[in-house]
Design a protein around this ligand. Structure first.
Ligand code: HEM
Length: 199
């Protein structure tokens, strides 16, 4: 019998992230197109919808994953719901009520890994977005609240919690991680569509 039949190979977080990126590239591009006018458009409607979507999704998902992940990993991960709530308040944007995407399901480690990938990976996008918005705010003296984007774009590794959670998973968990990440992108997409209305 081959050695690998006896000893399970631990999942490598970097490999899992590669699979996730592959599985969600199309979903990411679709979401990107929703917000491509965010930086240039004179009306700030797109940025407002972006904040609203992010607030609804982070509020639902950050609360859901906490009980599923080890307390030390949760304690080290920055949360963004409060910063998003502050930006909504500052810009007088009504919060969007958001049904939970995984209603009735219990969060487990594999689901948490899929969600952490999407939430914390989006910080890479925040790094791209924060500079032009800050420049625009300075140039036009507009009321653009940037608490969330500033916090999300802070330097440092964004995938620490994802890596720590992934290191506890096994090959059998991969399908659920990928499925949850896809559902999370879908949830952002459907919330984006709702976030653009009535503000
Ligand atoms: C206009 C909005 C957005 C822009 C411009 C943007 C841009 C980017 C950029 C430049 C990267 C880095 C790609 C790389 O390093 O190869 C990235 C990564 C990522 N973004 Fe976005 N993004 C946006 C919105 C979002 C949103 C709303 C989400 C989540 C719902 C998201 C999820 C991710 C994830 C998961 C990654 C990590 C990909 C990986 O390296 O595995 N992004 N984004």
């Amino acid at each position: 019998m081959h050695h690998s039949d006896l000893v399970k190979t631990p999942l490598q977080p970097a490999d899992l992230r590669g699979l996730l990126r592959e599985a969600t590239t199309a979903a990411h591009d679709a979401l990107d197109r929703h917000f491509e006018t965010m930086i240039d458009e004179p009306a700030l409607a797109t940025y407002r919808a972006f904040l609203r979507m992010n607030h609804a999704c982070h509020a639902a998902l950050e609360a859901w994953i906490v009980p599923a992940i080890p307390a030390d990993i949760a304690a080290d991960r920055p949360v963004f719901t409060d910063a998003l709530a502050a930006d909504l308040a500052a810009m007088e944007i009504p919060a969007l009520p958001a049904p939970h995407p995984f209603e009735g399901e219990t969060a487990d480690l594999a689901a948490a890994a899929g969600i952490l990938y999407v939430l914390d990976g989006s910080r890479l996008g925040a790094r791209v977005l924060v500079r032009p918005l800050a420049a625009r705010r300075a140039a036009r003296e507009e009321a653009i609240a940037l608490t969330y984007l500033t916090a999300a774009a802070a330097p440092g590794p964004v995938f620490a919690a994802f890596n720590a959670v992934s290191a506890r998973l096994e090959d059998d968990d991969v399908a659920r991680v990928l499925d949850t990440a896809r559902k999370t992108f879908d949830y952002f997409g459907s919330t984006a569509a709702r976030a653009a209305t009535a503000i």
